[in-house]
Design a binder for this molecule. Structure first.
Ligand SMILES: C=C(O[C@@H]1C=C(C(=O)O)C=C[C@H]1O)C(=O)O
Length: 270
């Protein structure tokens, strides 16, 4: 049996909605920090992994050449919700689900000479009762933000970053403001000693192609699951870059340099 690692987030729904397990393929779901670990221990064979984790473990991992969860500009689901200005942050709760977004926050805020205490805590906006800010990703971030909106936004240029007494900083947008590059949150990787079977990769490509061709239907289902507007989720999903194209690779290389890790070497030729 060949095991795929898949996170539970809406942003991966277009990739896996049409993936039919079976024929020797099974799926194991976990949040990125779990998938990262399982890929190294062998509990999954091919998995979406945090880009930061991949960069840290290039001695043991190799990435597929054309898979990513990347964004140029705002991502809408990697948000720092904060009660005090960015430069006044002293204690920040960070999600236990992610590796990349935590390291990205550390990097971006250090660039401004600010060095808060980061505490990994599971939870949501209630953490703002004891912290200056809270970093949320994925579905929880989308639900938290949508829950602060009084009404569906008229356009993408009507998405407030200050609401209900909070500031919301989109980390992918801040990266774009400083680099003009996409940010790669995740890639697909296997252990170097276990190349991905071409037929599995082609099934993943076919599932992605079908998913991107049915974005409205997938957005409706994910919106209902999350309890937010379908129009908001459709734009959210449309906004992702899933193919690790050259601009995304440039963004990944820039992030590697920013955090002092080796730039990605070879990708699997599959
Ligand atoms: C942008 C997102 O993508 C996710 C973020 C990841 C991370 O930060 O490690 C890993 C997988 C992605 O699906 C998100 O969940 O908001």
């Amino acid at each position: 049996m060949y095991t795929l690692g898949i996170p539970p987030y809406a942003n991966t729904a277009p990739l896996f909605y049409y993936l039919e397990p079976g024929y020797g393929l099974e799926v194991r779901r976990g949040v990125p920090t779990e998938l990262n670990r399982w890929l190294l221990t062998g509990e999954v064979d091919l998995s979406l992994v945090s880009a930061y984790f991949y960069l840290q473990h290039q001695d043991r991992l190799c990435a597929l050449p054309d898979f990513s969860v990347a964004v140029l500009g705002p991502v809408y689901s990697v948000n720092l919700f904060h009660r005090v200005p960015w430069t006044a942050l002293r204690r920040v709760a960070v999600t236990t689900e992610s590796a990349t977004s935590v390291r990205l926050l550390e990097y971006l805020i250090a660039q401004d000479g600010v060095y808060p205490e980061f505490v990994r805590e599971a939870g949501g906006l209630e953490l703002l009762e004891t912290y200056d800010g809270v970093l949320l990703i994925g579905d929880r971030a989308i639900q938290a933000y949508a829950g602060l909106l009084d009404a569906p936004p008229r356009s993408v240029h009507h998405l407030p970053t200050r609401l209900q007494g909070l500031e919301v900083t989109d980390l992918s947008m801040r990266w774009f403001e400083r680099t003009r590059l996409p940010f790669v949150f995740a890639v697909w990787a296997t252990r170097k000693d276990a190349p991905p079977p071409p037929e599995v990769v082609d099934r993943l490509r076919e599932a992605r192609s079908r998913g991107l061709g049915h974005l409205a239907a997938i957005a409706r289902e994910e919106a209902e699951r999350l309890g937010v507007s379908a129009r908001l989720i459709q734009h959210y999903l449309w906004n992702f870059r899933y193919h690790l194209e050259v601009p995304d690779r440039l963004g990944l290389e820039a992030f590697a340099r920013a955090v002092g890790l080796p730039e990605p070497g070879a990708y699997w030729e599959v």
